[in-house]
Design a protein around this ligand. Structure first.
Ligand code: ADP
Ligand code: ASP
Ligand code: MG
Length: 439
């Protein structure tokens, strides 16, 4: 079985949903189809939640009505049969009444998560009604019945595997199994989610759970490009990437993939294809365990980084110093992205300031601590074999005009990372596009 995921733009209107329906019909075998919310919906729901936290109920009601009107128009464009239109109208009423109920009650993070789930619940039900109208054999698999987080708020692949199989066993013989991306339950059984952009993660988790033949991520661009198309003018798609290369790019900011979505596919060795709904015949990007080609393939940038330096004479010739430093981050459940050391100092980066205050306080015991915010990691990915010369030189030649705060090379043979101030990001990505890819 294959897993096909369609993102927000791909299901962003009635017309787009109809194109997705014709695309999935090209599969000779049954498929699992994972859908995001229609584009813009999750952002609107986030805005709604912000207003509900602020008890701004008039504005919240306004937002709900405007979203509801948009959906009312979409269902008119999507269906032709009266009975299905009525069913869809009831569906909208159910979900929008549900949203309105929150304008009266207490509002906490749990309610926010329940609100954010409505986008995917709506898009999948609407799409399945359309398939029904088209007399296609299809069924909804509720993600809330099988997609689950463990006590560390990480997806629980064993639970997902067992419960997804149960859902599939209950619903044998269909051609199209439709399910929601992004949404899940946490260890307490409450509605939760896999963080923004999480539908890719859903597809990869499902692909891993059923050992799918392939996971296809259908989006609005023809695969992973060599640079961020939102920042630089000229980019090109990359035909093939290894899991390691794709995982680095996703984690370090290539928005086409959710930061950790490659890991489940890699764990079970399921190939991932990135494809374009608007250009279904374009090659896209194939991601497998194999390394193809050599040299630098792509760059990505991750913002919102904070760097922390600890300078201490105690580090000199001492063992156990770094362990004590790392334990501080472990205690505060804060992952470290980059690290560089000298004999008397260590610098490292984190992408969340949630526990920064406590971390700085505790690190103060080891030496002099300094913090720089608003930093960006630029990650340069490819097959940068340690046996060949010139890769580092190419990168640093390209970045000769940019002040570089940290450099990381040698952790693996497939990336070089540098830390710069975020204000230089655009200039750095443009310079790398010129220096590495001749644009
Ligand atoms: P979807 O809604 O389908 O999940 P996303 O907006 O999350 O789509 O991801 C696709 C977008 O990712 C593209 O439109 C593009 O602007 C952006 N993007 C950022 N970096 C890259 C990259 N290296 N290659 C391709 N797309 C990228
Ligand atoms: N709808 C969610 C979001 O906008 C998940 C996704 O699209 O992948 O973040
Ligand atoms: Mg996305």
């Amino acid at each position: 079985m294959k897993v096909l995921k369609f993102g927000g733009t791909s299901v962003g209107s009635a017309e787009r949903m109809k194109s997705v329906a014709s695309l999935i019909k090209k599969n000779a075998e049954p498929v699992i189809v994972v859908l995001s919310a229609m584009s813009g919906t999750t952002n609107s729901l986030v805005e709604l939640a912000t207003n509900l936290y602020a008890k701004n109920h008039a504005k919240a009601n306004e937002l709900i009505s405007s979203l509801e009107n948009k959906y009312k128009q979409e269902i008119k464009n999507l269906y032709t049969t009266e009975s299905i239109l009525n069913k869809a109208a009831n569906l909208l009423k159910y979900h929008f009444d549900y949203l309105r109920a929150f304008t009266q009650d207490m509002f906490t993070v749990n309610e926010e998560k329940a609100i954010l789930a409505q986008g995917e619940l709506l898009s999948t039900a609407m799409f399945q009604f359309y398939l029904e109208e088209q007399k296609e054999s299809s069924v909804l698999l509720p993600a809330l019945n099988f997609m689950r987080l463990d006590e560390n708020e990480e997806p629980d692949l064993n639970y997902i595997e067992t419960h997804l199989k149960q859902e599939l066993d209950k619903n044998k013989g269909f051609n199209f199994y439709i399910t929601q991306g992004f949404i899940c339950r946490n260890i307490f059984g409450e509605i939760d989610n896999l963080k923004r952009g999480g539908s890719d993660y859903t597809a990869s988790l499902i692909g891993a759970a059923i050992q799918a033949k392939e996971i296809q991520i259908w989006t609005d661009i023809d695969g992973m490009h060599n640079n961020d198309p939102r920042v630089v003018d000229k980019t090109h798609p990359i035909e093939q990437l290894s899991f390691d290369e794709a995982a680095e790019l996703a984690y370090f900011g290539a928005k086409i993939l959710h930061p950790t979505c490659i890991l489940p596919a890699q764990k079970r060795n399921v190939p991932v294809k990135l494809l374009n709904t608007m250009q279904p015949d374009a090659k896209g990007t194939l991601i497998t365990k194999d390394f193809a080609g050599s040299g630098i393939k792509a760059v990505a940038a991750k913002d919102g980084i904070t760097s922390i330096s600890i300078k201490s004479g105690r580090m000199l010739l001492a063992y156990g110093f770094l362990r004590s430093v790392f334990e501080v981050f472990e205690r505060h459940k804060t992952p470290i992205d980059m690290i560089t050391t000298s004999e008397v100092a260590v610098s490292l980066t984190i992408d969340t300031d949630k526990h920064l205050k406590e971390i700085i306080e505790e690190l103060g015991e080891f030496g002099q601590v300094s913090v720089d915010r608003d930093q960006t990691i630029i990650c340069i990915v490819g097959n940068v074999s340690f046996d060949k010369s010139g890769y580092a030189q190419k990168v640093f030649n390209a970045l000769s005009e940019i002040p570089v705060r940290m450099i990381s090379y040698g952790g693996s043979e497939n990336n070089v990372s540098v830390l710069i101030k975020s204000e230089y990001k655009k200039q750095a990505l443009q310079a790398l596009n010129k220096g590495l890819f001749n644009y």
